[in-house]
Design a protein around this ligand. Structure first.
Ligand code: SF4
Length: 529
C-alpha cells in the first residue's frame, strides 16, 4: 500500500537563497541580508523581503515576525483597536494607550502562541513567558509557536456515503497525504498528514502534505480523492461535499436503531418497514421491536447476511445511494415474499436511515410491490426521521507531539514539564483552545481547530507545521519545575514591548475574543486522557 520512496531523513529542502558565507544569526550581512534561524532552513533574507515561509521578514535590517501575536481578551468592546503596535520596542517603555489599565491587572488577557515566534534552535527560552493573575493566584504562561513534524489531523466526516475502503490512500493533488481509518457511528474517520507523509516520502509529497494541513488547520477547504472511493471537499465546521453533493444529514442510527426508535410511531400505518443501511438493514416485523408490538410477520425475504432477527448485514455494497449503499432501487435488496405469509394489499415502507430516501409500496395480487403515493401519516414519520438527524459536519482535530525542543523553551529539564502536565499542574492550550492530553509518555495533544483563532497554522519548508501552544501554571509550580524564571515578565511589560527578544519578534499584537465555549485558559487543569 505504501507509495513512498524512503529517504534517510528529511527530504531535500528548497533553500530559497544559498548562504554566500556564514553569517551571525539575525545579523545584518554585507549584502544587507539577515539570516533567519527560526527553523533549520536558515533563510538569508534581503531587506524588504520575507523568508521561504512568509512568516519572517527583513525589515530595515532587522529580522521580524511579520504577523501580530494574537492575544485573547475576555470581552472586546466595539471600537477597541484590534491591531496594536508594541510601542515600547523602539523607545524604551512608552506605553500605547489603546487598552484600559484594568486589563493589566485583571484576569482578562491571555497571550496565545499564534504569531508569537518560536524557540528554535532550542537553546532559547520561549518568546513569551508571561506573569499574570487568575482568581488572585500568580500564574505564568509559557507561549510559543511549535514546529511540529510529528503531527496530523484527525478528521470526522458525518456521512453515510461510502468514502473509500478502510486503509485506502487519500490523495491531494495526486500525492498521498493520509488514509481512511475506521468508521464510527454515522461518521467516517480520516487520518491526514503525519510525519510519514511530511518527511518520509518525496519532496513533493511532503510539500503538498504540509500545504493541505495548513489549509485544513486554518479552516479552509481542501479537495481530496480516496483511492477506490469518493472525491470529497473537507472544511472544518462545514458540511462535507461528497462527489460534488453537499452532505446534509447525519443518520439517526443504523437501520436496526431506526426501526426501534420509530416502531411505535409506525404501528398501525404500515405492515412492514425496511430501513436500508450499509451496516445493519432493519426489518420491522422480524425485529424485536416489531415482535414486542405483536406485529404480524410479513413474509419478506431479504438479501444479505442475517445477523439477528430483523437485522441484516451486507444487503448491498457500500456506496453513495440509499443508506450508504450502492443501490438506487431499494426493491433490489428484497429477494421475494413467502406466499404462505405475505398477502395482497400488504403496505411496505422502505426508507434510508436519514429519511432522505423513502418509498411506499403496496403488494398486488401477485405479491409484487407496487409503488404508490405515501400516506400523510407515514410521511410524517419519515420526516421525523429526517428531523432527528443532526446536520453533517466535517470536524478537524489537530494532533501533535510536543517534543524536546519545545519543552526546552519552558524548562532546562524538559521531562519535568511532561510530569507536571501529567500531574495536572500545567494546562496545555493551542491558541487558547483546550487541548486534550493523551495518556502515556510525552506530550501528545489534540485540539479542535474550530476552537482556535483563525490562521493559527503555518508551515516551514523542512517540511513541518507551525502551530501555537501554551503552557499555563501557577508561578510557584513553574519555579519548581525549573522554569526560565529570569525570563518571566509581567503582562503589562509584555503588552508594551512584546517578546523578550528582538530577533524575529512580532511587532504588534492583535486582540481576539476567546472562542465561544472555550474555558478561559488560565486557572484550568489540563484535559488529561
Ligand atoms: S523558512 Fe521561515 S522560519 Fe525557516 S528560516 Fe526561512 S524565514 Fe525563517
Amino acid at each position: 500500500m505504501t507509495e513512498h520512496t524512503k529517504t534517510d531523513g528529511l527530504p531535500g529542502i528548497d533553500v530559497p537563497q544559498a548562504a554566500p558565507e556564514p553569517v551571525a544569526s539575525g545579523a545584518r550581512t554585507a549584502s544587507a541580508k539577515v539570516e533567519c534561524n527560526a527553523c533549520p532552513v536558515l533563510c538569508q533574507i534581503s531587506e524588504g523581503r520575507t523568508g521561504a515561509c512568509d512568516r519572517y521578514a527583513n525589515q530595515a535590517g532587522a529580522l521580524v515576525r511579520v504577523d501580530p501575536v494574537v492575544l485573547l481578551r475576555r470581552t472586546l468592546e466595539v471600537g477597541d483597536a484590534e491591531l496594536v503596535p508594541f510601542a515600547g520596542r523602539a523607545d524604551g517603555d512608552a506605553a500605547p494607550a489603546e487598552w484600559s489599565g484594568d486589563l493589566l491587572h485583571a484576569d482578562e488577557v491571555f497571550v496565545t502562541g499564534v504569531g508569537s515566534s518560536t524557540t528554535y534552535p532550542d537553546y532559547k527560552p520561549a518568546p513569551f513567558i508571561v506573569a499574570s493573575q487568575a482568581r488572585g493566584v500568580d500564574m505564568v504562561t509559557v507561549v510559543t509557536e511549535g514546529i511540529f513534524s510529528y503531527c496530523s489531523f484527525k478528521v470526522k466526516i458525518d456521512t453515510d456515503r461510502f468514502l473509500g475502503p478502510e486503509q485506502a490512500n487519500i490523495r491531494c493533488k495526486g500525492e498521498v497525504v493520509g488514509h481512511v481509518t475506521t468508521a464510527e457511528y454515522g461518521s467516517q474517520m480520516l487520518s491526514l498528514g503525519g510525519v510519514h507523509h511530511l518527511t518520509g516520502g518525496s519532496k513533493k509529497e511532503g510539500r503538498i502534505t504540509a500545504e493541505m494541513m495548513q489549509l485544513l488547520g486554518n479552516k479552509q477547504a481542501v479537495e481530496l480523492t480516496i483511492d477506490g472511493g469518493s472525491q470529497i471537499v473537507v472544511q472544518a465546521g462545514r458540511a462535507p461535499i461528497v462527489n460534488g453533493v453537499e452532505e446534509q444529514r447525519m443518520r439517526v442510527g443504523c437501520g436496526s436503531a431506526t426501526i426501534g426508535i420509530f416502531a411505535k410511531q409506525l404501528l398501525g400505518h404500515v405492515d412492514e418497514v425496511v430501513v436500508v443501511d450499509d451496516h445493519i438493514t432493519g426489518v420491522l416485523t422480524e425485529h424485536q421491536a416489531g415482535r414486542c408490538l405483536d406485529m404480524r410477520r410479513s413474509g419478506i425475504k431479504m438479501l444479505g447476511r442475517k445477523s439477528t432477527p430483523g437485522r441484516y448485514f451486507q444487503v448491498a455494497n457500500p456506496g453513495t445511494g440509499w443508506g450508504g449503499t450502492d443501490i438506487a432501487e431499494p426493491l433490489s435488496i428484497i429477494e421475494g415474499w413467502n406466499p404462505e405469509v405475505a398477502w395482497p394489499g400488504l403496505r411496505l415502507l422502505m426508507t434510508s436511515t436519514t429519511g432522505e430516501h423513502a418509498s411506499w409500496y403496496v403488494l398486488d395480487d401477485a405479491l409484487r410491490p407496487v409503488e404508490q403515493a405515501m400516506p400523510a401519516a407515514v410521511r410524517a414519520v419519515v420526516e421525523r426521521i429526517g428531523e432527528n438527524c443532526e446536520p453533517s459536519l466535517s470536524t478537524v482535530l489537530f494532533l501533535g507531539g510536543a517534543g524536546g525542543s519545545l519543552r526546552a523553551g519552558v524548562t532546562d529539564n524538559p521531562v519535568r514539564l511532561t510530569r507536571a502536565i501529567k500531574q495536572a499542574m500545567v494546562n496545555v492550550t493551542c491558541g487558547g483552545a483546550p487541548a486534550y492530553v493523551w495518556p502515556g509518555g510525552g506530550i501528545t495533544v489534540m485540539a479542535d481547530v474550530m476552537r482556535m483563532p483563525d490562521n493559527s497554522f503555518g508551515t516551514v519548508p523542512t517540511p513541518a507545521i507551525v502551530a501555537p501552544i501554551e503552557f499555563s501554571m501557577a508561578l510557584e509550580d513553574y519555579r519548581l519545575l525549573g522554569g526560565h524564571m529570569e525570563y518571566v515578565r509581567p503582562l503589562d511589560q509584555v503588552l508594551r514591548r512584546g517578546a523578550w527578544h528582538d530577533e524575529g519578534a512580532p511587532l504588534a499584537l492583535r486582540w481576539a475574543q476567546n472562542a465561544p465555549g472555550n474555558p478561559w485558559p488560565l486557572g484550568q487543569p489540563p484535559l488529561l486522557g
